[in-house]
Design a protein around this ligand. Structure first.
Ligand code: FAD
Ligand code: DLZ
Ligand code: SF4
Length: 507
């Protein structure tokens, strides 16, 4: 007999390791371990979601006839690591070896590869593109533009295709999307599930062990099995998808979810299959229940961006998370962990992250990510923060988004220019600025929006690297045309702001 490892983000009944082994002979190993729960200080909701879904998946496997060796976190025999548990179970069951599906993180790939047991690693077939397909696509290209990769994924899956042409004649309908924040949101938000007995037990454990981690454990309402996740998906397809594209980039003080799907955590943990999700969205379009701009935009996020960032993570190798092309070395300020800040956009984005283990893409990119980049925060600290605080965060997807897209620390593999903006963009896309202590209109002075000051500070300190970038020339021309004394004031005020922040003063 062999052991079959199932990790906390591999909770799929069609996982390659389960398909290639034998339920009559082999033993599934699922383990709650301190190493995985503590390698970053995960949000308590994320840990509770993971353990609850693991326990329910183990029960589903047992119901399906598998033998499961499940280790709970508080099991006195728990060795504390995935490899430790495999070794312990191998002795217990006299196993000939371990079969597993490739993990989504180099750290674990290396640890499993170095175990003193016979191992057999299988590809993770829950993705649309194989590693080889991504490599072949990337080979020889000067720039790895997601858009072209996405078109290949459309052709491969047949999603939104009209024979060999894109549905509606265009591959991308983004110019119809991304409207400013709406006055009213006519979708009630994600479906919420009351904790059942399994979840309640996990909540007690997580509250006792991880109650001091950043993040609110209660109220806990995530789906924790595939049936619930599918119910939530159906609810969102009906109520959220039709306006998903329109308000994808909008942000509101009083609405944490807008029309977003809140399914990243379910897909990444294995509760929902990405292709199934996209097919359901396409069905909604074909039935006339959602417009093409919404459905195309949504499908692009999943078969485009999600697959593309995974390709980059595995192509770039284990050192990717240590990259720091811009040489940023400032410490992550306390406001990211809930410390006081006068910047309403940051307070709201961090506040909802603390409450929900969730913020949507533009909050992650253009508020917390933008601020960290403008302020010159060490990308490794930024990366650890994102990996810890979001329920959907696993390194293969988080690192390219943070190190690459958001912090430009990979020197432009993902982003052709840094995602930076002054307060103006946040003002346009949200209602945050109206209730902020700073004034978004002010470019200098005591009340000036810090994004306005830091924006020029960033451009000025990275002039050598970016002034030749054709997409940034305009920004430098505006800066250079500014009166010299005014430029001095901006830089001085930005420095003062950073000094106050570094000294731990609320800014
Ligand atoms: P929606 O906005 O409704 O989008 C639907 C789905 O599209 C998502 O669930 C996700 O599966 C996929 N998707 C959309 N954008 C991306 C993207 N850029 N990369 C990969 N998949 C995408 N996503 C994660 O899954 N895990 C992360 O740890 C993560 N960290 C991020 C960090 C930063 C700095 C940024 C800018 C983005 C990050 N993203 C991450 C991408 C994106 O923000 C989330 O996938 C999304 O906010 C999840 O919420 P949702 O399910 O409501 O998504
Ligand atoms: C995120 C997470 C947590 C909090 N705990 C566990 C765990 O105890 N056992 C486990 O198998 N997986 C856990 N996970 C998910 C893993 O961290 C994830 O499989 C790796 O990071 C690879 O993506
Ligand atoms: Fe954020 Fe500046 Fe607007 Fe305040 S004024 S909410 S700091 S963008």
């Amino acid at each position: 007999m062999r052991l079959v490892l199932v990790l906390g983000d591999q909770l799929s009944i069609d996982l390659s390791a389960l398909l290639k082994t034998d339920k009559a002979e082999d033993v599934v190993v699922i383990a709650e371990v301190a190493d995985e729960a503590c390698y970053v200080p995960h949000h308590p909701k994320k840990i509770a979601f993971t353990f609850s879904a693991m326990r329910k998946f183990a029960q589903k496997l047992r119901d399906d006839g598998w033998t499961v060796a499940y280790t709970k976190l508080d099991d006195p025999e728990n060795s504390g690591s995935i490899t430790g548990e495999l070794i312990r179970r191998a002795v217990e069951h006299d196993a000939a070896g371990v079969v597993y599906t490739e993990p989504g993180e180099w750290r674990l790939i290396e640890a499993l590869g170095n175990m003193p047991l016979k191992t057999h690693s299988l590809p993770d077939t829950r993705f649309i593109a194989t590693h080889q397909e991504f490599e072949e696509w990337a080979e020889g290209r000067k720039q790895l533009r997601m858009e072209y990769f996405y078109r290949d994924m459309r052709r491969k899956t047949g999603l939104l295709m009209d024979d060999d042409k894109p549905e509606g004649g265009k591959w991308n309908y983004d110019h119809d999307n991304r409207k400013p924040a709406p006055d009213q949101v006519d979708y009630a938000g994600p479906m919420q599930f009351a904790p059942d007995k399994t979840v309640a037990e996990v909540l007690a454990l997580v509250g006792a062990r991880f109650g001091d981690n950043f993040g609110d454990l209660q109220p806990f309402w995530f789906a924790t099995d595939t049936g619930q996740a599918r119910q939530h998906l159906a609810h969102w397809l009906k109520g959220g998808l039709p306006k998903f594209g329109d308000f994808q980039d909008a942000m509101l003080n009083d609405n944490r979810f807008l029309y977003h799907a809140i399914i990243g955590l379910y897909i990444n943990a294995g509760l929902l299959d990405p292709l199934e999700v996209c097919q359901k969205a396409e069905e909604a379009y074909r039935a006339g229940a959602a417009p093409l701009n919404a459905v195309e935009g949504f499908i692009r996020q999943i078969i485009g961006w999600r697959e593309y960032v995974r390709g980059i993570y595995f192509r770039e190798g284990p050192d990717y998370t240590a990259r720091n092309a811009l040489g940023h070395d400032r410490k992550l300020p306390a406001m990211y962990w809930g410390g006081e800040t006068k910047m309403n956009c940051v307070a709201k984005s961090v506040g909802q992250t603390k409450a929900e283990a969730y913020a949507h893409h533009i909050q992650r990119l253009m508020v917390t990510g933008n601020f960290a980049l403008l302020a010159g925060i060490d990308p490794a600290e930024v990366h650890e923060w994102y990996l810890a605080v979001y329920a959907d965060a696993y390194e293969w997807v988080e690192a390219p988004n943070v190190i690459g897209m958001s912090q430009f620390a990979d020197d432009g593999i993902i982003a052709s220019k840094p995602y930076i903006s002054s307060g103006n963009y946040i003002h346009k896309m949200s209602d945050y600025c109206g209730s902020c202590a700073y004034r978004v209109q002010d470019k200098t002075g005591e009340d000036a929006c810090p994004f306005n000051l830091l924006y020029w500070h960033f451009l000025d300190r990275h002039r050598e690297r970016f002034s030749g970038n054709p997409r940034m020339g305009n920004m430098y021309r505006v800066w250079d045309r500014m009166d010299g004394a005014r430029r001095e004031t901006v830089l001085q005020e930005a420095d003062n702001f950073l000094q106050r922040m570094d000294a731990g003063q609320p800014v």
